[in-house]
Write a protein that binds this ligand. Sequence first.
Ligand code: AMP
Length: 174
Amino acid sequence: MTLDEVKGLVRNIPDFPIPGIQFKDLTTAFINPSALKYMRDEMVKEYANHGITKVIGIESRGFIMAPAVAMEIGAGFVPIRKPGKLPAEVVEQSYAKEYGTDTIQIHKDALSEDDIVLIHDDLLATGGTMKAAIDLCKKFGVKKIYVHFLVELDALEGRKLLENDAEVSSMIHY
Ligand code: AMP
């Protein structure tokens, strides 16, 4: 399996969920055993020696790779979720979306200032979601923040919003 072969398995769905969006559907890559393992292994190679203590997945498509990578690099897994899903005390962050605002939450006892974190999501578009996740981690005073995406939509320049606070890496670029 090569990176190009994995990229070839990503399915483009025009006009989903709203007209004008080219939705990058990764389920067609996840369903392929070799591609699934390739993506996991590439992330493990990249992050194995950074002292990462927690891998954070963003609901919901960030939950697919994050725990698999966490197990391999000897880190814990932490979910960032939409409001009302986490059962204990939370810290939250709101952010602007194209229409209106959205909020994400993390458990108050999930991180500490001793942590080095890797935040993972499937795709970087405008960067709003990941910026909010970074801001959440900064509230805990974590030591260092790495950010990883399987897919980055380069033309939207979401990376610019993130690079001041985190080391950003993406596997596949469009
Ligand atoms: P953004 O906050 O604009 O970077 O959007 C990122 C979030 O929205 C990620 O959690 C993605 O899963 C989802 N998303 C945004 N645009 C797309 C797209 N074109 N294809 C697939 N997912 C997308």
